[in-house]
Design a protein. Structure first.
Length: 113
């Protein structure tokens, strides 16, 4: 299984972006899926998780601004990011968890003030 993240870019504060993570293979539907981010000089941190049953968990820093979702028919997870702040600037990674952990490559999000 491989994960391919996309959708990052440069946006002004207050703007929006939607990240996508496409999974190859058949385990997507049974996997818990997550978005993490890593800002320069900081540790990687959890942004949001959506379980295989579509329960969601959010980091306090993004609650009310970010929405995680999944489309099992397309083997794709999304992260809708609204009201972006400069402190959201980071490389965003997707992760799949089912019996083992699989990471995708990152996509860079830069929010200018």
């Amino acid at each position: 299984v491989q994960l391919q993240a996309s959708g990052g870019g440069l946006v002004q504060a207050g703007g929006s972006l939607r990240l996508s993570c496409v999974a190859s293979g058949s385990i997507f539907v049974v996997s818990d899926m997550s978005w993490y981010r890593q800002a320069p000089g900081k540790q990687r941190e959890l942004v949001a998780t959506i379980t295989s049953r579509s329960s969601t968990i959010y980091a306090d820093a993004v609650k009310g601004r970010f929405t995680i979702s999944r489309d099992n028919a397309k083997n794709t997870m999304y992260l809708q990011m609204n009201m972006l702040k400069p402190e959201d600037t980071a490389v965003y990674y997707c992760k799949a968890t089912y019996m083992r952990v699989i990471w995708g490559q990152g996509t860079l999000v830069t929010v200018s003030s």
